[in-house]
Structures are given as structure tokens and as C-alpha cells.
Ligand binder design. Structure first.
Ligand SMILES: Cc1cc2nc3c(=O)[nH]c(=O)nc-3n(C[C@H](O)[C@H](O)[C@H](O)COP(=O)(O)OP(=O)(O)OC[C@H]3O[C@@H](n4cnc5c(N)ncnc54)[C@H](O)[C@@H]3O)c2cc1C
Length: 408
């Protein structure tokens, strides 16, 4: 018979990239005897051909070098690396202007500047082995309909009638959380008035591990290397331009993309499925309360131009787990407000800097004002001439400009 009243020391709501990573990071707590529940309305195992969950759809994600280091420490990189394409070079340029800069892995003393991986491959890698994980209570598919904070932590109501009591609730339920509103937490949403068009293209030239980020008055466009001749494309467009782009046939859209990116990628020969995402900067007005912490898009959702959303969330998760695993070792409550405040205090500078950079880039490079364009040129040319600035920029993009969490 199924239990109708469940208990867990820590509950992670949401098995997207943030929640799935958190389960692995809490292995020391699980090994120490704590029960961790993972809840998602989507199943944790799926068939790529028929039913990919929205978090692990046809997008591709840029993983920073810092993210690789965390995934390696968790023994997950071995399941991800076969599908991840290394970025050895990045060219950043401004259409119709002089500014251009290039970054090379060889200058940074690392194997790669970062990696590109399709989301569904990343999903399989992150959820790998969770079925047998010790101390894990896996509840998926299961929908949480209500959260109530109480003296012992949080009480969750599931749509199938079950209830769950937990000492700490990690809300990793994404950027549009009605449950957060139930708790009176406000998500400040500033729409950019643009959408991301995501697709894949094939070119007649191999990419040789180059990524191209090109800024134009229409908005930034990124060509990110995937399989030998294929790129993942992320193009930011206004609502009107998006409607046009979606209505165009493949040949017309290929011609538009070719015009934007030029022939640095060779000739584009094929284009895949088109997906769209409305873009907004979303920040929760509070991230921790006693027995409650927000993680991933629930805490902050960023413009994808800098490819930092998951990378930042993973650094958050790593630092949060450091504080929780230490609390367990010291016999403290995982829902203790001081423990959770300690996490936020340690991560606030990284969050602030990453959110600022992700917000500034599209606004600076999307501006049509002439003064801003000259500043852009100066910035890109200056960077191309100054190895120190280039190195700092690269270190930030690679997720290395921060103090690493102590895992385990
Ligand atoms: C176009 C685009 C490109 C991007 N590119 C990059 C990139 O290159 N690099 C990068 O680092 N980041 C990138 N990002 C950001 C990255 O995709 C997000 O940071 C990441 O997906 C957030 O994951 P999450 O786990 O926080 O949320 P989600 O993926 O939204 O997961 C939330 C989960 O919670 C579950 N859930 C929600 N409510 C309930 C409920 N009531 N009951 C049960 N389950 C529930 C959902 O089913 C879902 O599985 C990009 C984003 C976009 C839109």
C-alpha cells in the first residue's frame, strides 16, 4: 500500500537542471542518513523521440569550465562529456562596426573555454543513477499543489492526495512558480521585450570548435559548436521580428541567418526545429526563509546571451550544499535560518555580478544610440589589445572568477 503521509529531511521541488544537480551535491547528507525527496511533475526517465520534458527540450546549453569542474567532482562529467562539444575559441564581434575580440583556450591554460551540450543529453547525464541513489525518495511524476510553512519546516500537498512533511524545502520549480506566490514571495519580472529563437544549423565547413557571438542592432546572435558541422543558434529578436522569422520558410530563414553571421561559419545548408522563449530578467525578492530556499530559475532567471543561467545556479547549488552538508556534520538543523543565510551571504557577490553582466550585455549591444556603439567598439578593440582584460572577461565567462565551493 502507498504511504499517504511522507517525511523527508530535505525536499527538492523540481528535477530540472538546478534540482537534479542539488540531489547529487547532497550525497554526503544522504550518506549521513538524511532522506532527500525529489519531486517533479515530469517523469525522471523519458523517451527522447516522443516525450522530452520542457527543461530538457531541443535547446543546447553552454557549460562553463567551472561547471565542468563541479560535475567532475560529482562523478557526473563522465556521463556528460561524450555529448559535450569543447569550445576552443570564441569570437565576439559587432555587425557593421570594427570592434572584435577573440578568446582562446590556449591563453587560459585550460583544455577548453567551455562546452556546448544539447539539453536532453545534459538531462540524462544529470539524472543518471538517481534511481538507485541511497537516501533518495523519488516522487515523479507528482505535482505539488500547496506549500504551507509550519513549526517543523514545510508541509506539501500533492495532487494525488499524498502529503509530505520536510525540514527544508529547496524550491527549484522554475521561473513561473505559483507556489512561491502562495508563500507571499514576489518574483520581480522585467521583460526585455524580446524573444530567443533557438535552432540548429548545419554548415558546409567544420566548426573546429569555434563559437561566434555577434551583436547587431536586431539583437545578439550566438553560433555555438555542436557536432562537427553543426551549430546551436540562439538569436534574440523583437516580438515582431520573431513573428516574421517563424513565418519564413527554411531557405529564407537560412538566408537571413547567413546575412547576420556572414561566412565565418561557411555556408549554412540546413536548419532544424525552431523554438522560442520570451526573455525577462526575473529575480525573487527573497531567497531564504527558515526551512525554505529558492534555487535555479526560481531564484533568478537571466537573459541567455551570456549563457550563465545554469552555470550560476550550479555554483549556487554547490555553495548551498557545502553549508547544508556541514550543518549535518555539526548536528545542526538543515532548515536553520543561520545556515541558509550563511549560504546566501557567500553567494551574493557572484549572483550580483553574474546577473549584472547578463543584463548589461544585451542592453549595451542592443542599443542603436551612436555613443553606445562607439563605446562598444572601444570596449571590443580595447579588449582585443589588452590581454589582461581579455583574460578577466574569459575567466568570468568560464565561471572561474569566484571562490569555488568545498564539495563533500
Ligand atoms: C533560450 C535559452 C538558452 C539558455 N542557454 C543557457 C546556456 O547556454 N547556459 C546556461 O548556463 N544557461 C542557459 N539557459 C538557462 C537555463 O536553461 C536555466 O538556468 C535552467 O534550465 C533552469 O533550470 P531550473 O532547474 O531552475 O528550472 P526548470 O528547468 O524550469 O525546472 C523546474 C522543474 O520543476 C518542475 N515543477 C515546477 N512546478 C512543479 C510543481 N508544482 N510540482 C512538481 N514539479 C514542478 C518542472 O516540471 C520542472 O522540471 C538558457 C535559457 C534559455 C531560455
Amino acid at each position: 500500500m502507498t504511504d499517504t503521509h511522507l517525511n523527508a529531511d530535505i525536499t527538492i521541488l523540481g528535477a530540472g537542471m538546478a534540482g537534479a544537480s542539488m540531489v547529487h551535491l547532497l550525497e554526503p547528507a544522504r550518506q549521513a542518513g538524511l532522506t532527500v525527496a525529489l519531486i517533479d511533475r515530469q517523469p525522471l526517465v523519458w523517451n527522447d523521440a516522443t516525450d522530452r520534458p520542457p527543461s530538457f527540450d531541443g535547446r543546447a546549453t553552454a557549460l562553463s569550465w567551472g561547471t565542468r569542474q563541479i560535475l567532475e567532482a560529482l562523478d557526473l562529467w563522465q556521463h556528460i562529456s561524450p555529448w559535450a562539444c569543447a569550445i576552443d575559441h570564441i569570437q565576439v564581434s559587432d555587425e557593421g562596426r570594427f570592434g572584435q575580440t577573440q578568446l582562446h583556450a590556449s591563453e587560459q591554460s585550460t583544455d577548453a573555454l567551455g562546452y556546448i551540450i544539447e539539453n536532453h543529453r545534459l538531462g540524462h547525464g544529470l539524472l543518471n543513477g538517481l534511481g538507485e541513489a541511497r537516501g533518495l525518495l523519488s516522487l515523479a511524476p507528482a505535482e505539488v499543489t500547496q506549500v504551507t510553512m509550519n513549526a517543523d519546516g514545510a508541509g506539501l500537498q500533492l495532487s494525488d492526495g499524498r502529503t509530505l512533511q520536510t525540514g527544508l524545502l529547496v524550491m527549484a520549480d522554475g521561473g513561473r512558480s505559483p507556489l512561491m506566490s502562495q508563500l507571499g514571495i514576489v518574483q520581480q519580472r522585467r521583460p526585455y521585450g524580446t524573444q530567443a529563437l533557438v535552432t540548429q544549423v548545419r554548415c558546409d565547413q567544420p566548426h573546429e570548435h569555434w563559437a561566434f557571438e555577434r551583436f547587431s542592432e536586431d539583437g545578439p546572435i550566438a553560433f555555438l559548436p555542436l557536432h562537427s558541422h553543426d551549430y546551436a543558434v540562439v538569436w534574440t529578436l523583437s516580438d515582431d521580428e520573431m513573428a516574421d522569422a517563424l513565418a519564413q520558410d527554411d531557405a529564407t530563414l537560412i538566408a537571413r541567418l547567413q546575412e547576420r553571421i556572414g561566412y565565418r561559419v561557411g555556408r549554412i545548408t540546413d536548419i532544424g526545429e525552431r523554438l522560442t522563449y520570451p526573455l525577462a530578467l526575473v529575480k525573487a525578492n527573497e531567497q531564504v526563509r527558515r526551512s525554505l530556499v529558492l534555487l535555479g530559475n526560481a531564484a533568478h532567471s537571466l537573459h541567455p546571451v551570456a549563457g550563465q543561467g545554469f552555470n550560476l545556479s550550479l555554483r549556487d547549488a554547490a555553495v548551498l550544499s557545502e553549508h547544508l552538508n556541514r550543518a549535518v556534520r555539526e548536528g545542526r538543523q538543515v532548515g536553520d535560518l543561520q545556515v541558509l543565510m550563511g549560504y546566501l551571504e557567500q553567494q551574493k557577490t557572484d549572483q550580483r555580478n553574474t546577473i549584472l553582466a547578463s543584463d548589461l550585455l544585451p542592453r549595451l549591444f542592443g542599443s542603436r544610440a551612436p555613443g553606445v556603439a562607439i563605446l562598444r567598439d572601444a570596449g571590443l578593440l580595447g579588449m582585443s589589445a589588452a590581454p589582461v582584460a581579455r583574460r578577466l572577461f574569459a575567466r568570468h565567462a568560464m565561471g572561474l572568477g569566484h571562490t569555488a565551493a568545498k564539495l563533500g
